[in-house]
Design a protein around this ligand. Structure first.
Ligand SMILES: N[C@H](CCC[C@H](N)C(=O)O)C(=O)O
Length: 277
């Protein structure tokens, strides 16, 4: 199987051009290629496919083989791949996802995409996509007990479920211990992506993330959007927020008039390869 290794500020995936290749069992393939010792090493697998309703289609799988409904860092790399590898020559494109069609604007430098701005759509505050709290309108103060202490969650869906909680110190967080306890908490029957955020000022938040199906990643695009929305809802920041992650920064703007969240960030190609499956 031919593939391209790419990352969005360190959130790395194996990308397969399914305009040319076919992946018979994407769940199994995701587990295999994601292994950082016996495979290629990645946070998961992303298939770039033709679409009947958009310029392309993104199908995303976490490292454990579970399918994700949306991937912010991934869709920026999908757009870069589509332009750099000649699938499209447009600099404003659409990509079909399990969470609807997303619209992207590409920044091209020396003939290659260097950055992408994504309209990530409207945040779902009713937590309809988060069954545990779906009866609530806007979930700002959902208490949950993890690791013997109570945490305050702001639950936001960006097409996939996120629980944002605020901490004083993200650096010394025992995320390997508490991350899985949030991910598998009974209040989230579909599991959840959890963001541990610290507000730096009214335009800046730093954050670490424990992703559903992949564990701690260096960055999470949908998680950065959820964190920005949660920070505005809690009155901590303005509508324009730089989210600082281990792998780099993402610029998030929640356009309250449109009720759309815009995410701007880089996309990087590492290498092309071929793996015998
Ligand atoms: N783990 C996520 C999918 C990947 C999201 C993340 N890598 C991003 O950049 O948005 C989920 O199962 O909902």
């Amino acid at each position: 199987m031919k593939f391209t290794k790419m990352h969005g500020i360190g959130n790395d995936y194996v990308y397969v051009n399914c305009f040319k290749e076919t992946v018979e069992d994407p769940e199994k393939t995701a587990i295999l290629v994601s292994d950082r010792h016996f495979g290629i090493g990645s946070d998961g697998l992303i298939l770039i496919k033709p679409s009947s309703v958009a310029d392309g289609k993104m199908e995303m799988y976490n490292a454990d083989g579970s399918q994700g409904a949306m991937c912010g860092n991934g869709i920026r790399c999908v757009a870069k791949y589509m332009y750099d590898y000649g699938i499209t020559d447009k600099t404003s494109i659409s990509v079909e996802t399990k969470s609807g069609i997303k619209y992207l604007d590409l920044t091209v430098e020396n003939g290659k995409v260097s950055a992408v701005r994504v309209n990530m759509g409207s945040p779902v505050l009713q937590a309809a996509a988060i069954p545990a709290v779906s009866e609530k309108e806007t979930v700002i103060d959902e208490p949950v007990t993890v690791n013997g202490r109570e945490w305050r969650l702001t639950c936001v869906s960006m097409g996939n479920p996120h629980a944002v909680t605020y901490v004083e110190d993200v650096k010394h967080l025992d995320i390997e211990k508490i991350g899985p306890e949030f991910e598998h908490h009974p209040m989230f029957p579909d599991r959840v992506n959890t963001e541990f955020a610290h507000v730096i000022d009214r335009h800046t938040v730093e954050m670490r993330v424990w992703e559903r199906g992949s564990g701690e990643t260096l960055a999470c695009g949908t998680g950065a959007c959820a964190t920005a929305v949660a920070s505005v809802l809690n009155g901590y920041t303005e509508d324009e927020v730089t989210v600082k992650l281990l792998g780099g920064d993402l610029k998030i703007f929640w356009d309250r008039k449109e009720n759309n969240v815009y995410m701007t960030g880089s996309a990087t190609t590492v290498f092309d390869g071929e793996i015998a499956l």
